[in-house]
Design a protein around this ligand. Structure first.
Ligand code: UD1
Ligand code: UDP
Length: 363
């Protein structure tokens, strides 16, 4: 079995790290990096820290408008698929790199498989929602992380080739959580104490591309009683500078460069709470039992909200302020995102579908 895995953005490196390992135990992998993320701290650091193999191809696409960026990726991925002739094109999540791979894969004689299938925010203004829906519908195999994702696929008529596997990000967190407690010096480096700081990240297009949203978030964080560590995505730094909010942000927040995964997980594990608009960070906070405040009105990770670990506050200043200190009584119910073996299951299912008699679906 030869699998062509397509990655390009930070969360995909985290997901691919565990899945690549599992795939390489049972078959061959051709790793394609679209180059959607390219700064050292947005890309190379993950390959180094997580031992992800050097990509076989790096397309160097970099930033552009959604249409041009996706189109460039499609044009570059197609000849690679022709040249390497994979049995499977493996896609992760909901970025433009995911969609580009889905379009190429669906137009050639290759199985298309989607990790993190079936997630829905039901907000069609999110570019990621469009990418998710189109990718699921272009895929032959779907690997939803939760039962609600299986149901979402079924409600759209996708029932063939659906395998509930659990969430690969849970595998990643389990793989590093204990190790980072011993090796990461990030708390000392930043001069913060466990339980005595807030971790915050913002990068969602709806928050960075509207000045009023970014300003309202900043106002909500300004009077926090604990220091706020803010590893800043490059698009957020650009937005703060463009809107003349950088100085105000520097007064309110401890702005640092984006962190490597190991230091980030250490901070997430020890923060009093996390404030974020990231998809992956909401989930990781849940896995690490850190209360999360989500700067969005809806989430595709609904189980984290239902269990009481995650609160949706949008960009409203007062709601953010209140959520920084409110009391929570979260449930420690069984993890709806599996048992930490999603990567191995995905590799085994692919192997059986390609080389064997076929695995049973939606198990
Ligand atoms: C992308 C994904 C988003 C995901 C996020 C993870 C899409 C549509 N969006 O958003 O779903 O949550 O990655 O972080 O695919 N930039 C740099 N250096 C880099 C990368 C980006 O400076 O290495 C800056 C550029 O100004 C660029 C902007 O960030 O224009 C946005 O980058 P892009 O990859 O287009 O989208 P993200 O916001 O990162
Ligand atoms: N992350 C990281 N360093 C940071 C911020 C995030 O390693 O400074 C990791 C985080 O642990 C998670 C992933 O990046 O695994 C999430 O990426 P991001 O928030 O950019 O994207 P999303 O999940 O929203 O698509």
């Amino acid at each position: 079995m030869r699998v062509c895995s397509i990655v390009g953005a930070r969360p995909q490196f985290v997901k691919a790290a565990v899945v690549s390992d599992a795939i390489r135990e049972v078959g061959e992998e051709v790793l394609v990096h679209t180059g959607q993320h390219y700064d050292e701290e947005m890309s190379a650091v993950f390959f180094e820290e997580l031992g992800i193999p050097e990509p076989d191809f790096n397309l160097g696409v970099k930033s552009d408008t959604h249409g041009r960026q996706t189109a460039k990726m499609i044009a570059e991925i197609e000849p690679i698929v022709e040249e390497t002739d994979p049995d499977v094109i493996l896609l992760y999540g909901d970025t433009n790199s995911t969609l580009a791979g889905a379009i190429v894969g669906s137009k050639c004689d290759t199985v298309v498989a989607h990790v993190e299938a079936g997630l829905r925010s039901h907000n069609r203004d999110m570019p990621e929602e469009i990418n998710r829906v189109l990718t699921d519908h272009a895929s032959d195999l779907c690997f939803p992380p939760s039962e609600s994702a299986v149901d979402a696929l079924a409600s759209e008529g996708i029932t063939d080739g659906v395998y509930w596997t659990g969430d690969v990000m849970y595998d990643s967190v389990l793989a590093v959580r204990d190790r980072v407690a011993n090796i990461s010096t990030v708390l000392d480096d930043l001069g913060v104490e466990a339980g005595e700081f807030i971790l915050a990240t913002v990068h969602r297009q709806s928050n960075t591309d509207r000045r009023e949203n970014l300003e309202s978030i900043l106002a909500g964080l300004e009077d926090a009683q604990k220091p706020i560590v803010f590893p800043a995505h490059p698009r957020t730094v650009e937005a703060l500078e463009e809107y003349g909010l950088r100085e105000r942000a520097d007064d309110a927040l401890e702005i640092v460069e984006p962190l490597g995964y190991l230091d980030f997980v250490r901070l997430l594990d020890t923060a009093d709470r996390v404030v974020t608009d990231s998809g992956g960070v909401q989930k990781e906070a849940f896995f690490l039992e850190t209360p999360c405040v989500t700067l969005r009105e809806e989430t595709e990770w609904t189980e984290t909200v239902d269990a009481g670990w995650n609160e949706l506050v949008g960009t409203d200043t007062e709601r953010i302020r209140a959520a920084l200190t409110d009391e929570r009584t979260p449930e420690t119910s069984p993890n709806p995102y599996g048992d930490g073996t999603a990567s191995r299951r995905i590799a085994e299912i692919l192997k059986e579908r390609i080389d064997g008699d076929g695995a049973s679906e939606a198990e």
